[in-house]
Design a protein around this ligand. Structure first.
Ligand code: MSP
Length: 507
């Protein structure tokens, strides 16, 4: 079955930070793993360039929203490159093809009778580009997310009859208990639906920066309607001369942060129903990366710079760290100290050292050829079912769980080296067969964990597999004993070298 995975499209009002990198990394792990299974994969990411947040940020800089979009879309593309992300397309909502398709779908929603003219009055947050209900506001009429004071806004707009989709949405949730995961987010979205849905203003009269409403060019389509449609429009023009919609729609999984749950789990399926388009199979929500107690965000000024970290330590280390440190789906703290600790103890010591020791022993005791033997029963038992376990975790988008399954085996192999002491076996000719078995089991174990780790840490896993003389990345090969001995090992160098961090500047 085709597999279509998306990230949210990122606002271009600022530079990318680790929070954005997080979703993109997670989506890349899913896409790479599915390719290992031999699935037909399409992976989309991109930028959200219209609307109020971008207009306001551009005004502050004294440039046009278009200029700001051009400047920052490049940065988001660079981030994907820096992180070794294998997206099949990068959408920008300013793409003319996207804009034309948005107009078409919105016209369809209108023609199907789900749009009317009305007046909106309510608390409006320009940063969220969203109206807030009385109960959402914090003391002093503050936006609960941006902590800025909000004002009541009034506008004549076109409205989408979201309220009439309450029942169809409740049905969707009843029929598809896996539509939103994890469960607590499913419950949250469902109770939001059950509490009663209000119609949604579908256009903005005050703004010029957006897709014009096709039947009323004095207004532009609300940025969220425009943005959500990216998941659908991209397929129609991502490949020149080809329309991928039939092949990949409905999307298999939309990956999003918890702050945009309502848009993806309520408004988006309702919009699609209104347009007569199939709803996605699944929406998966992750938590926030926190620095201290706060959400990492540009406006709060507390960010870990992904370009810098990837530059110093390599993309793999960053990809590993965010998925290992914070249980995917929950909020969790990250910190430069935490990063360095995991880099040293887990990457350099547990994985890197295991790799270099194993290769060195095969070099020294067996002239650089992986011996041919049966895998050690004890190790085989501990690796039994590993590939299936990782497979299941990925299906359930439990990325931290999948990574942990693999890491437990890396720890197991380290214990195996300690227990078996191959350097002692090497001293005794009578133990030659046993040494063959131990070295073969280590090489096989390393090979299997590296194939499974590949989606998480592609460069390191590939380097190690090349050094082991085995480059098959397919999930089928991720079984202990699937590959026999006989390979000639190569040079590895240090997978995770010590890094001298630059002195913080005096300023
Ligand atoms: N443009 C909208 C999404 C439109 S999708 C049709 C948007 N953009 S965003 O740039 O503000 O955020 C994009 C994603 O990054 C969200 O899923 C958000 O949760 C995520 N993150 C931003 N900061 C984050 C953290 N500190 N931690 C984890 N993810 C967070 O919303």
């Amino acid at each position: 079955m085709p597999y279509y995975v998306t990230t949210p499209i990122y606002y271009v009002n600022g530079e990318p930070h680790l929070g954005h990198a997080y979703t993109t990394i997670a989506a890349d792990v899913l896409a790479r793993h599915m390719r290992q299974r031999g699935e037909d994969v399409f992976f989309l990411t991109g930028t959200d360039e219209h609307g109020e947040p971008v207009t306001q940020a551009a005004e502050k800089l004294g440039i046009t929203p278009r200029e700001l979009g051009d400047r920052n879309a490049v940065r988001f593309k660079e981030l994907a490159g820096t992180l070794d992300v294998t997206n099949d397309f990068f959408i920008r909502t300013t793409d003319p093809e996207h804009m034309a398709r948005v107009a078409e779908v919105v016209q369809r929603i209108h023609d199907n009778g789900h749009v009317y003219a009305g007046t909106y009055e309510g608390w409006y947050c320009p940063r969220c580009a969203d109206f807030k209900t009385e109960s959402e506001l914090e003391d002093g009429n503050l936006c609960p997310i941006h902590k800025i004071e909000l004002e009541i806004e009034k506008e004549d707009n076109w409205f989408f009859r979201l309220s009439t989709f309450q029942e169809p949405l409740e049905r969707l949730y009843a029929e598809r208990p896996g539509f939103v995961i994890p469960q607590n987010r499913y419950n949250e979205a469902l109770s939001f639906i059950k509490s009663g849905l209000r119609d949604l203003s579908l256009s903005r009269a005050r703004l010029k920066w957006g897709v014009p409403v096709p039947w009323d060019e004095s207004q532009v389509i609300y940025v969220w309607i425009d943005a959500l449609l990216n998941y659908y429009t991209a397929l129609s023009y991502a490949r020149e001369g080809e329309d991928l919609t039939e092949r990949f729609w409905p999307a298999t999984v939309h990956l999003i942060g918890k702050d945009i749950l309502k848009f993806h789990a309520v408004i988006w399926p309702a919009m699609l129903m209104a347009a007569g388009i199939e709803v996605p199979r699944r929406v998966t929500i992750h938590g926030f990366l926190l620095l201290g107690e706060h959400k990492m965000s540009k406006s709060l000024g507390n960010v870990i710079e992904p370009f810098q970290v990837a530059d110093l330590y390599g993309a793999d280390a960053l990809r590993f760290y965010v998925l290992r440190e914070v249980s995917f789906g929950s909020d969790g703290e990250v910190s430069p100290e935490g990063f360095e600790t995991r880099y040293t103890t887990e990457l350099a010591n547990e994985y890197g050292n295991l790799a270099s020791r194993t290769l060195a022993m095969i070099g020294r005791y067996r002239d650089g050829t992986v011996p041919d033997a049966e895998p050690d029963g004890a190790i085989a038992a501990d690796f039994d079912g590993l590939s299936e376990a990782v497979h299941r975790c990925i299906d359930d988008v439990e990325l931290t769980g999948g990574l942990d399954e693999i890491w437990q085996r890396i720890k197991r192999l380290n214990r195996y080296v300690q227990d078996e002491q191959p350097w002692q076996l090497a001293k005794d000719e009578a133990q030659a067969e046993r040494l063959d078995q131990v070295l073969y089991s280590l090489a096989e174990g390393l090979r299997v964990v590296s194939v499974l780790l590949h989606p998480f840490m592609p460069t390191s896993a590939e380097r190690l597999l090349r050094a082991l003389g085995r480059e098959d990345l397919s999930l089928e090969s991720a079984r202990l004993g699937a590959v026999g001995g006989g390979a000639q090992i190569g040079e590895l160098g240090q997978l995770f070298p010590r890094v001298e961090t630059p002195e913080p500047s005096a300023a």
